[in-house]
Write a protein that binds this ligand. Structure first.
Ligand SMILES: [Mn+2]
Length: 488
């Protein structure tokens, strides 16, 4: 780990020697981690006095797109974040100098002298470092300790942490690089960590809706949820629905008691273990962003939960507006029309997902099932924007405890489909024990090799996705079934 930070420091000196007046591009990955990492670098470069900073967000590490991007913008320098582990040969051709920060492995296994990547140091890309904490490590040494106590320093620290959370990095344990940076963020007060009811929606939705959408067994019925929760706690405060973050300790305990009693009555599970794993966990609040427009909720209140802040960002990106996502995160005050535009995209995204789920529940989507209905392939073509395949698969997975692996597909254009795979955590635990076939990526790889097909895929163990031809999807599904059988 010390060699990682040593390389970070050396590379930061190289960055510091760059001409502040020259054009510099930040190329980031288009997901919550990548947008956070881009924000870390953008804020950092502004503080260092760079004048012409051009951020650009790429959906995948596509070398042709990179090539035309560099020709179009002709920057003098490039910094990458959460993407770019194989960009060096192209960057060398186009720019005076560049630095790559990434946490994804590349095919060659060579990272070169201008790349900061945890993989080179034998660290784990899903536990030890995210794109955002890697980008942060690069600029950290360019500021003295007092900078990280100042507002702007804290905002940068907050985004370093939000990216790691968006990539599910703290779920198993808090690994090496992440641990060092989380400690800095906690010490400076940029991020507050408390053990609490950590369900998504804690700062966004009325309590009963958060519980209803949580995926906790026994709460999927909307009316049941509404009635039992709202008769137990005061549901509203004036015009405002109260959220989990608005409850006091006693009220939170009452909610937990409802959950405990319900689980005991319907499922054979270890309640204590369940609560600890699914409900009461560390919650992270980005205190540094207090007063920033990106924390505002639709009703004018605010949430400091990074998952809830980035939720909206993800919708912007999926609908092709990563520029607005960056505006929202990087400007403390955002013009009302931009805020409205972003909220509109949020609604469109939510609506599409809701309609797609309805279609699924009504049984009108093409579906293939295997292994007693535990492994399914659902086609969402015509119902969603293709980029939502992962989201809908995730929701369906949560709603149906019997499903163990969900593949969801959606047509992108005349030839290509996007296919996402989501699996229950217990599947991933089995996968962890299985050395020969380490994770779902290998199923994609096997399919690709068998058919000698042109396929791109990526992601992490909780969510994988790939781009492939329609006629290959049945093979991917078959290989996923074969794989599932080897686990059970
Ligand atoms: Mn990442």
């Amino acid at each position: 780990m010390s060699s990682f930070f040593e390389k970070a420091k050396n590379l930061s000196e190289r960055l510091n020697s760059w001409n502040r007046k020259s054009k510099i591009m930040i190329i980031g990955h288009r997901d919550g981690d990548g947008i956070s990492a881009t924000s870390v670098l953008l804020q950092g470069l502004r503080e260092l006095g760079f004048h012409k900073i051009i951020p650009y967000i790429l959906l995948s590490p596509d070398l042709d797109q990179l090539n035309s991007l560099l020709i179009e913008n002709s920057p003098k320098y490039v910094l990458t974040c959460d993407i770019g582990s194989a960009f060096a040969p192209i960057l060398e051709k186009h720019v005076s100098d560049f630095l790559i920060t990434d946490h994804h492995p590349n095919k060659s296994g060579m990272y070169g002298e201008r790349q900061l990547n945890c993989i080179e140091f034998g660290l784990d890309d899903e536990i030890d470092a995210s794109g955002s904490t890697t980008a942060f490590s690069l600029i950290r040494h360019l500021f003295d300790n007092s900078f990280w106590e100042k507002n702007i320093g804290k905002v940068i620290l907050a985004y370093a942490i939000s990216g790691a959370i968006s990539d599910f990095q703290f779920q198993k344990k808090i690994g090496k690089i992440n641990e060092v940076i989380l400690k800095m963020a906690k010490t400076s007060g940029a991020v507050k960590v408390t053990t609490d009811i950590s369900l998504f929606g804690r700062g966004l939705y009325p309590v009963y809706i958060t519980i209803n959408r949580s995926g906790i067994p026994g709460f999927s019925d909307y009316h049941f949820c509404r009635d039992i929760i709202n008769s137990t706690i005061q549901p509203k405060d004036g015009d405002y629905w109260r959220r989990i973050i608005d409850l006091n300790k006693e009220e939170k305990q009452k909610i937990l008691n409802i959950i405990i009693n319900r689980i005991i009555s319907i499922a054979k599970v270890d309640v204590k273990k369940f609560l600890k794993k699914e409900v009461i966990k560390p919650t992270y609040d980005l205190e540094a962003l207090r007063g920033w427009d990106c924390t505002k909720t639709a009703d004018g209140r605010f949430s400091l939960d990074p998952r809830e802040i980035l939720h909206r960002i993800n919708y912007c990106c999926r609908l092709g507006h990563w520029d607005l996502a960056l505006t929202l995160l990087n400007d403390q005050k955002v013009p009302m029309d931009v805020q409205n535009e972003i909220e509109e995209m949020h609604k469109i995204g939510d609506q599409e997902v809701a309609e797609a789920l309805n279609a699924y529940n009504n049984g009108i989507l093409p579906i293939k099932t295997a292994c007693d209905g535990k492994v399914v392939l659902i086609d969402f073509t015509d119902y969603i924007f293709y980029d939502e395949v992962g989201v809908v698969a995730g929701v369906i997975m949560k709603q149906n405890p019997n499903l163990e692996i969900v593949l969801s597909s959606c047509k992108m254009d005349e030839t290509q489909y996007k296919v996402s795979v989501r699996a229950h955590e217990k599947i991933w635990e089995m996968i962890d024990q299985d050395m020969e076939f380490a994770d779902a990526k290998k199923v994609y790889k096997k399919t690709k090799n068998e058919l000698n097909a042109d396929m791109q895929y990526g992601g992490h163990r909780f969510a994988m996705s790939g781009y492939l031809q329609k006629n290959i999807i049945p093979n991917l599904f078959k290989n996923m079934i074969d794989y599932y059988k080897t686990l059970s």
